[in-house]
Design a protein around this ligand. Structure first.
Ligand code: ZN
Length: 357
């Protein structure tokens, strides 16, 4: 089965009331998200952004003034020129009105004010008018898609072989994703990521993505979210044990090195953050990549605060194989710039380091 109706509100079974978005104090008081924050390489506020360049008017007057003597003209000619000038200004005015109306009618995401870079960005992403650019009503989801300034950098945590989490690093407020299927129950995500995912899938369905292709929405089902340290540990241990059974000459250390090539060692899987989701099972990855849903997500996920975490052209930087089903929540402020500059998370965080923030 696929997602619920397009404008369906968040599931009443969820632990949080979406109409009452969490306040900064709730997050920090738990202490758990702070642990992620400490590991994040990005923090701080932004500089005031650049302003649109001032329009300049050229002044052509005064350069080639013709002497008035010997230029006496009939007053009727002056009147005609005056009328022509008035007519020209009137046409110009009407043209401006029409142009403005056309621009307004075509307002879309490309006109969203965004920082030009993570370093010289504006003081927070300007909030979008609710519903602007969306088919479905996103009002109740907006506070989760676009976290407030005090919270937005909490979602930039980097997890990989060099930035490991510990068994005590656990996201708070894990929330079940509606219409998800992990194979052993609903997929769990951190609250913000869960709400943003709900919004994204609701909008995708509302836009009719895949309605002509039953396979598309069938493929696009959340199958993996939060994954605990203990689960990673157990999966890794099983692979190491199997390798050592198959080749008794292997040392423990060598077996772990080999295992690390196929399964994440404990603490290195960013699914432990509760901020990322797999939108198809690994066995359907190839089909998902060719689906209409994948194309739509690549174009639109950033609007909901998500990024394709392991893009095909960034494997050398991420150290991970291309994974079309793995989407990571970072919040719209960051996802906007990541999308526009065509970066992966590692590259984006490097910009913060280079800026000294
Ligand atoms: Zn994944």
């Amino acid at each position: 089965m696929t997602d619920s109706s397009p404008a369906a509100p968040p599931s009443p079974s969820l632990s949080e009331n979406p109409s009452s978005p969490p306040k900064p104090s709730e997050k920090s008081s738990s202490g758990k998200s702070d642990s992620f924050l400490k590991k994040s390489r990005a923090s701080g506020t932004r500089q005031a952004g650049t302003r649109p360049s001032e329009r300049r008017k050229t002044d052509g007057g005064g350069a080639n003034r013709t002497p008035t003597k010997n230029k006496k003209k009939p007053s009727s000619k002056k009147g005609l020129l005056f009328l022509c000038l008035i007519l020209f200004l009137f046409i110009l005015f009407i043209g401006c009105l029409i142009f403005g109306a056309v621009c307004n009618s075509r307002a879309d995401w490309s006109e969203i004010p965004t920082p030009t870079s993570p370093v010289n960005g504006t003081e927070g992403t300007l909030p979008l008018p609710y519903g602007d650019g969306f088919v479905a009503d996103m009002a109740e989801y907006e506070p989760y898609i676009n976290p407030i300034l005090e919270e937005r950098d909490l979602f930039l945590v980097l997890v990989d072989g060099s930035h490991r989490l510990t068994s005590s690093d656990q996201p708070d407020r894990l929330t079940a994703v509606p219409d998800s299927d992990s194979g052993s129950g609903p997929v769990l995500l951190s609250l913000y990521a869960e709400k943003a995912l709900e919004a994204m899938l609701t909008e995708m369905k509302a836009q009719g993505v895949g309605q002509d292709d039953p396979q598309t929405l069938a493929l696009c089902t959340p199958t993996l979210g939060y994954r605990s340290y203990e689960e990673q540990e157990e999966d890794f241990r099983q692979v190491v044990s199997r390798l050592m059974r198959e080749d008794p000459s292997l040392s423990q250390a060598l077996a772990e090195d080999i295992a690390a090539a196929s399964v994440s060692p404990p603490g290195t899987d960013e699914h432990q953050t509760g901020l990322c989701v797999d939108l198809c099972p690994p066995s359907s990855s190839a089909a998902f990549r060719k689906s209409e849903a994948f194309d739509w997500l690549c174009e639109n996920a950033w609007k909901f605060g998500f990024i394709l975490r392991y893009p095909e052209d960034k494997t050398e930087i991420t150290g991970m194989a291309f994974d079309p089903g793995h989407f990571r929540y970072v919040g719209r402020f960051h996802s906007t710039t990541i999308h526009r500059l065509g970066l992966c998370l590692e590259e984006y965080l490097d910009l913060f380091e280079e800026s000294g923030l």
